[in-house]
Design a binder for this molecule. Structure first.
Ligand code: HEC
Length: 292
C-alpha cells in the first residue's frame, strides 16, 4: 500500500502511525501514573484523617472521661465519655469544610439509625467476624461516587456493656433518645461494627482526566508541529528538486539540449542531478558522432 503513495503521503502515513502508537502508549502510561498518584494521595488523606480522629478519641479516653466520671457520676454525658459519639459529631463539623471526607461508625445493630451499615459495610464487617482480615482498605463505588475507603473493626469490651447491653440497664436518657429496639445485646468480644473512612476520589478522578487531556493535547501539538515541519522539509529538499529534474529531463527529451539539471545542496538528489548532467553531455557527444 505504502509503495503506491507519493513520498510525502507515505511519510505522513508513517508519522501518523507513530503518532497513534505514541498516543496510546502515552495515555495508558499517563493514566497509570496519574491514577496511582491520586490513589496515593487519597491514602495519605485517609491516614491523616484517621490519625486525627483516633488522637481525639484517645485524648478523651485518657484525659477527659475519667474526670467526667468522677465529677458527674450519674450523669449521662456521651459527648464527653463515648468516643464514637465524639468522633461522629466531630466528623460532621469537618464535613462542613471538607465534604469529601466521610466518617462513619457503622453497625448492623445501631442505636442511631444513621449508623446502620449498608450492604457494602455489612460485607466488610462480616469479613472481620470471619477473621478474613484485620483491617480493610480499597476502592468502592457508592451511589455512583468513587471512594477510597478504609475500615477497622469495632469490638465490644466490658466498658461498652452498660450502655449497649439491654435498654433496662442503659441510662434512661439514652434509651429515650435512641429507643429500645436496636443497639443493644452486645457481648464482650463481639464485632459490633466497623469504623469506616471514605475519601471521595471524584475530584481527583476529574483531575486525572484533565491531566491526561493536557498531556495528550501537548503530545498532539508536538506531533502536529513536527509533521508540518517535516512536510515543509520534504517538499523543499525532495519533492521540488525531483519535480525540477523531471521537468528538465522532459525538456531535454524534447530536444532542448541547453537545459541543465541545476540542484542546490549536497545530498543524494544533487548527486543524481550531477549524474544526469554527465549523462546529458555523453548523450550530446554520442548524437554529434551519429550526426557526423
Ligand atoms: C455511655 C454510653 C455508651 C458507652 C459506654 C458505649 N457506647 Fe456505643 N454508642 C453510644 C451512643 C449514645 C451511640 C450513638 C451515637 C450516635 O448518635 O451516633 C453509640 C454508638 C455506637 C456505635 C455505632 C452504631 C450505633 O449503635 O449507633 C457502635 C459500633 C458502638 N457505639 C460501639 C460501642 C463500643 C464497642 C463501646 C465500648 C468500647 C461503646 N459503644 C460504648 C453509647 C455508648
Amino acid at each position: 500500500m505504502l509503495r503506491n503513495m507519493s513520498i510525502r503521503k507515505r511519510l505522513m502515513v508513517i508519522l501518523s502511525l507513530v503518532y497513534i502508537i505514541s498516543m496510546v502508549g502515552a495515555i495508558a502510561g499517563g493514566y497509570y501514573v496519574f491514577a496511582r498518584d491520586s490513589l496515593r494521595e487519597a491514602k495519605e488523606k485517609t491516614e491523616l484523617f484517621a490519625t486525627v480522629m483516633s488522637a481525639n478519641q484517645k485524648f478523651m479516653a485518657q484525659n477527659v472521661r475519667p474526670d467526667i466520671r468522677d465529677l458527674l457520676e450519674d450523669e449521662y454525658f456521651p459527648e464527653a465519655t463515648v468516643g464514637i459519639v465524639m468522633m461522629s459529631e466531630a466528623s460532621q463539623i469537618i464535613k462542613e469544610d471538607y465534604p469529601e471526607y466521610i466518617f462513619k461508625v457503622a453497625s448492623p445493630n445501631p442505636l442511631n439509625k444513621d449508623n446502620l451499615s449498608d450492604s457494602f459495610e455489612n460485607s466488610i464487617i462480616a469479613g472481620f467476624e470471619n477473621g478474613d482480615y484485620e483491617e480493610w482498605e480499597g476502592e468502592v463505588t457508592k451511589a455512583g461516587e468513587h471512594f477510597y475507603a478504609t475500615a477497622v473493626p469495632i469490638e465490644a469490651s466490658k466498658s461498652c456493656i452498660w450502655c449497649h447491653d439491654t435498654p433496662e440497664v442503659a441510662h434512661p436518657e439514652m434509651v429515650e433518645e435512641y429507643g429500645s429496639d436496636s443497639g443493644y445485646g452486645y457481648e464482650v468480644g463481639d464485632t459490633v461494627g466497623g469504623r469506616f473512612i471514605y475519601v471521595s476520589m471524584t475530584a481527583s478522578d476529574a483531575l486525572t482526566m484533565q491531566k491526561l487531556a493536557s498531556f495528550g493535547g501537548g503530545i498532539s501539538l508536538l506531533f502536529l508541529v513536527a509533521m508540518l515541519f517535516i512536510d515543509r522539509i520534504v517538499i523543499s529538499t525532495v519533492v521540488k528538486p525531483i519535480e525540477e529534474i523531471v521537468t528538465v529531463a522532459e525538456d531535454i527529451s524534447r530536444g532542448k539540449m541547453d537545459r541543465e539539471f541545476n540542484i542546490k545542496g549536497n545530498d543524494e538528489i544533487k548527486l543524481l542531478a550531477d549524474a544526469f548532467n554527465r549523462m546529458k553531455v555523453s548523450l550530446a557527444k554520442a548524437m554529434d558522432i551519429l550526426r557526423k
